[in-house]
Design a protein. Sequence first.
Length: 194
Amino acid sequence: MKTIVMIQTEDFYINCFFLCKMKNDLFEMVEGYDAISRSIVLINKAAKIIGLKEDDILEIIQPHDIQIYKLHVNILGKNFNIWCCTSLHNKSRGLYKGGIRISPNVNIFEVIELSRLMTVKTACVDLEFGGAKTGIKFDIKEAYKIFGIDKYDPVFEANIKRGILHEFSHHFKKVLETNAYVPAPDIGTNSLDM
């Protein structure tokens, strides 16, 4: 059976992640990425205004856990290796909460930023949740081409998402079974998928 690989710059993201870990300074690493570093700048400014120490600021900014992995998914008889990243940002206020995004453009920086923003969002509205996010790099339009389907087919898309999310839930079983991470719909997913 032929395996189709839909991963494009996985090594880049992994190298950047390890650089962040080695430097222990995520802000310095993503400083040039405006859209994905905006919350870091805002958290730094707010924390300095209220007098937080540098170590406490880093504790707020950096995710508790980041996992990067490949999902090996069989979809309608074809095998796919799909890049996936989960950022469990913070659970100080409660369980990790955040969406599962399926998109061809998702990357590690976006996943970390969105998990951080989820932590801030739940805290701002006083919910007893922390923040998390999962990004699954998959192009459904490309899947239409691979399978030779010319027009929109909701059943086809549901089967693809079901296969991907089944493998995700199998891979992330321990975290999901303990209810430590409460996933939610996001781009490319909906409430039925959850």
